[in-house]
Design a binder for this molecule. Structure first.
Ligand code: PLP
Length: 413
């Protein structure tokens, strides 16, 4: 037994995530065989066709122009007021829900998830998400002494599985008085799926039905980390309007992040946006989440908050940024389309991809499938139920032929 000084709740924790493991293996292959001979589909960031990390040009120009004292200074714990206003505006676009809305600055989207778990689920309770989910959801829950349970994301028609969702919501609410539900859409990680507006209606009907018992509390956390690459700006935000007029025992929290939408991954800037029909709930939302920020990281990155506010206040800069994003969106979409067309040709089963950084192929023994792919110098992330391929990071030329190799690896294993 290893000698340990850790408190009982911390003992044995080790953040070895599959993504880091896969990307380390890819790095080793690059060193051995050269970058041109390796397909690294593990990276969750946009790389150009020369495999260089891309920064949106407008973001770079504006960021470099921010005065040094704005970059280095502390910020208010709640966030700079014009940043918070900008975050709500850019997140909701023309589909701002008719409700009380307030934002609190967070260390990226991860910060939103952290605070939501801490402040809207009881210690020991279970948080709910789909069976295809971003691994850190579980780490965030377990570190905060909560559990994570899942429902099957897709039904047989590869549409959102409302029945599975409803069964889990009802069963958890028969055991606990509050339920935090995390839904990652549009452009879900790891599948690229986006809930349709009709599917959102079904989700909210289940929530409203469960909330008829007034003592129950439901918080729907919508993780919109990839929304800026989910398709046409207006169309992929239309579901947001549905969060207006909900019963006061349902709170919606939007997890706004600048990591992908502004290519500021490491700058750790985001905001939790609370949407409620109750002013009390929203006042409480601001108070308790600011308190948790104070207790977790204090204030966040002032320079990056200034960046968002500056772009938002200038129509020209905003339009320019949107154009630049559009180019990246098309680049990623073109790569995914190559993979999907080839997958269909070789009869490789895929999950329904709509948009976003990743697509997924269902498989068993995913570690073995990924190991088999290493023989072709292809590196992807093995998940519990499939293999995740980061189309955001692989040039179109290297995507060509990949589906057939994935199919072969699955057939061999
Ligand atoms: N949600 C999902 C599904 C993600 O994939 C990520 C980042 O990879 C995030 C949230 C949060 O990112 P960040 O904390 O950098 O904003």
């Amino acid at each position: 037994m290893m000698f340990s000084l850790a408190a009982s709740h911390a003992k044995g924790k080790l953040a070895t995530d599959k993504i880091f493991g896969a990307s380390a293996a890819a790095g080793k292959a690059v060193a051995q065989y050269g970058k041109e001979n390796v397909v690294n589909a593990t990276i969750g960031a946009i790389l150009d066709d020369q495999e260089r990390l891309i920064c949106l040009p407008t973001v770079e120009t504006v960021y470099r122009g921010i005065p040094m004292n704005e970059v280095i200074n502390y910020a208010p714990i709640a966030g700079l007021p014009d940043f918070l206003e900008a975050a709500v505006d850019v997140c909701c676009g023309s589909h701002r829900p008719d409700a009380y809305i307030r934002a609190v600055a967070t260390a990226g989207g991860s910060g939103v998830i952290h605070h939501a778990i801490w402040n809207y689920s009881e210690i020991g309770d279970t948080v709910l998400t789909a069976d295809w989910y971003w691994g850190p959801y579980k780490v965030l829950c377990e570190d905060a002494l909560r559990k994570l349970d899942t429902y099957a994301l897709f039904d047989e028609q590869q549409a959102f599985n409302v029945a599975a969702f409803e069964t889990k919501v009802k069963s958890l609410l028969s055991k606990q008085d509050s339920l935090l539900i995390i839904i990652n859409t549009p452009a879900h990680n790891p599948t690229g799926y986006s809930l349709t507006d009709a599917e959102w209606d079904s989700v909210l009907n289940v929530c409203k039905d469960s909330a008829k018992v007034g003592s129950k509390r439901i918080v729907v956390l919508v993780d919109v980390a990839y929304m800026d690459y989910a398709g046409e700006k207006d169309a992929c935000r239309s579901f947001l309007r549905k969060f207006g007029g909900l019963p006061q025992n349902i709170l919606t929290v939007l997890a706004f992040s600048m990591s992908k939408g502004y290519t500021m991954y490491g700058q750790r800037t985001g905001a939790m946006i609370g949407v409620s029909s109750s002013q009390d709930v929203i006042r409480e939302f601001e108070a308790i989440n600011q308190y948790t920020s104070r207790a977790t990281w204090s204030n966040i990155n002032r320079g990056c908050m200034r960046l968002l506010a500056t772009i938002h206040q200038d129509k020209l800069l905003s339009a320019q940024l949107e154009q630049e994003r559009e180019v990246l969106y098309r680049m990623i979409r073109d790569r995914a389309e190559i993979f999907m067309a080839e997958a269909s040709n070789v009869e490789l089963k895929m999950l329904p991809y709509v948009a976003g950084f990743f697509l997924s192929v269902p498989a068993k023994n995913t570690d073995a499938v990924c190991d088999e792919l290493h023989n072709d110098n292809i590196f992807a992330v093995p998940l519990a139920k499939g293999v995740r391929i980061a189309v955001c990071a692989v040039p179109a030329l290297k995507i060509k032929g990949m589906a057939a190799k994935v199919k072969r690896a699955i057939d061999i294993v």
